[in-house]
Design a protein. Sequence first.
Length: 255
Amino acid sequence: MGRCSDVIDCSPQEMVAWMFDHNSRDRLRIHSEEGQIARLVLNGDGRQQLVATVKRMPWPLYHREIVAGMVWSKGDDGGFDVAAASVHADVDYGIAVSSVEGFTRISAKIGPYGEMGANGGYNQCQMVITQVLDFNGYVPSFIVNSKIPQALSVVEEARNFFNRDDAIDQDDHQKLVAIIKRGEEAYEQPELDIINNAKTKFENLETGMYGHLLKEIESPDHLVKMKAGFLPGEVDIVGWAETEIDASVEECASW
């Protein structure tokens, strides 16, 4: 038995649809890159379907065939349950396959996650998937341990397919820029002390009495000037860098 969970950058409905799109081009590509034998959708009506896969096993083991029925249902909480269980069926893969029939049972809970978007729906969901897998026969433990993560990799595949990390980061960044531009924040004295102490300590490093103590060092970027040195009575090295940024003051501060 194995369990895996993650937050996916899509609505719960999109996640269910992706799981049922068993033979999408992207998933067939992954199937081929992993060197698997066969992957078929035998029938389905959008609510339930029968799928068949033949997983490659290392020699001298026989490959494992899994034929399972899948079904989804919507809960009262706005989430979805997707379940799959092995069934016995004679499947024509179009090729000669020497395999042993394996058994599996899968339960996936998909629920809304985060805040509701401007479109009135959720743009993220959390998926928790639990799977029981029986290879039906003797299989060395080290092979079983290597196959369980592969069986649960559907979560990683979904996360990579719907990945919107850059877009989400950009949205959060723009919200922070808007806060800084409004300039309506009220600062307490401890916060002001932090700013003033830093300014007092470092504002004269370049042109003030300590400027000659900083020596220019090699920068990994030719557009960035860098210096470093030690101040009298200090044991920590001081670093200084300067460059020009193609962004507003508020954007720089928020970054």
